[in-house]
Design a protein around this ligand. Structure first.
Ligand SMILES: C[S@@+](CC[C@H](N)C(=O)[O-])C[C@H]1O[C@@H](n2cnc3c(N)ncnc32)[C@H](O)[C@@H]1O
Length: 241
């Protein structure tokens, strides 16, 4: 069973879709062990993310690659800081677009923060009213109440394609507050120039990592300079636009 599963997963992550994040060989091996372990435990149910936060198991068909604990904590800390800069927690809402691990860590470390998780995977319906079904293919098909309602928007698009980033950028514009929002975009280094063009974001020194190591280099891009946090904006970031 294990070799069949591994083959399927390798096919999925390396195969037909080039814009999908790629697993390194070590990660593929880790996945094989994980799936074996999961098979032994009987399942798909929630697993414990380090730090005691309940996460669902990654579904790689949905391009799900969860942050490691260090990354999730660093992002949650930064978002909580941005909330405190933006006024009372209730008025500085956070939109987590396709980044459920961040949502989970944020609500665990800062339960008073108002945060909405926009996600395609309906398993996150477990978060009740904080969950909104979201398909990037319909980037603005969202409740009217969410329009321009978020002072902080964090997005981690499922694919590394131009089309996916363009559509997620539309969602970000839909969600962002008319007086300005802090934007954090997590995606591959390969999207650097496109991310700058579409969203005016620049790469930070901080390198996001995933529980299962990916072959692609991932970056955190922001529309503000976090200065002494998250490595600050990379100097001479080399954007060609
Ligand atoms: C690269 S992962 C980002 C997850 C992030 N690293 C984390 O740990 O929270 C991309 C996310 O996009 C979601 N996704 C998959 N297909 C989607 C779609 N059609 N529209 C919107 N989101 C989708 C996945 O469920 C997944 O949570």
């Amino acid at each position: 069973m294990a070799s069949g599963v591994e083959e399927r997963v390798r096919g999925e992550v390396r195969g037909e879709e080039d814009d999908r994040p790629q697993l390194s060989a070590a990660a593929a091996e880790a996945l094989r062990e994980f799936l074996l372990e999961q098979g032994r435990d009987g399942g798909e149910e929630g697993e414990e993310g380090g730090g005691g936060v309940e996460l669902v198991a990654e579904d790689w068909r949905l391009s799900q690659f969860w942050y490691d604990e260090r990354t999730a904590r660093a992002l949650a800390e930064e978002v909580a800081r941005l909330v405190s800069l933006s006024g009372p927690a209730s008025s500085a809402a956070v939109a987590c677009v396709a980044c459920p691990t961040l949502y989970t860590y944020l609500k665990t470390s800062s339960p008073d923060v108002t945060a909405q998780l926009l996600e395609y995977d309906v398993r996150f319906g477990q978060y009740g009213g904080d969950f909104t079904f979201y398909d990037y293919n319909q980037p603005e098909e969202l409740p009217a109440a969410m329009k321009h309602a978020y002072r902080i928007v964090v997005a981690d698009p499922p694919y590394l394609s131009k089309e996916c980033l363009e559509k997620v950028a539309k969602t970000v514009s839909f969600l962002a507050h008319p007086e300005g929002s802090f934007l954090l975009l997590l995606t591959g280094e390969v999207q650097r120039d496109r991310a700058f063009e579409l969203l005016n974001v620049r790469p930070c020194g901080f390198k996001p990592q995933h529980s299962n190591k990916l072959g692609n280099e991932f970056r955190l891009f922001t529309n503000y300079d976090p200065e002494d946090r998250l490595g600050g904006w990379e100097q001479n970031d080399g954007a060609t636009v």
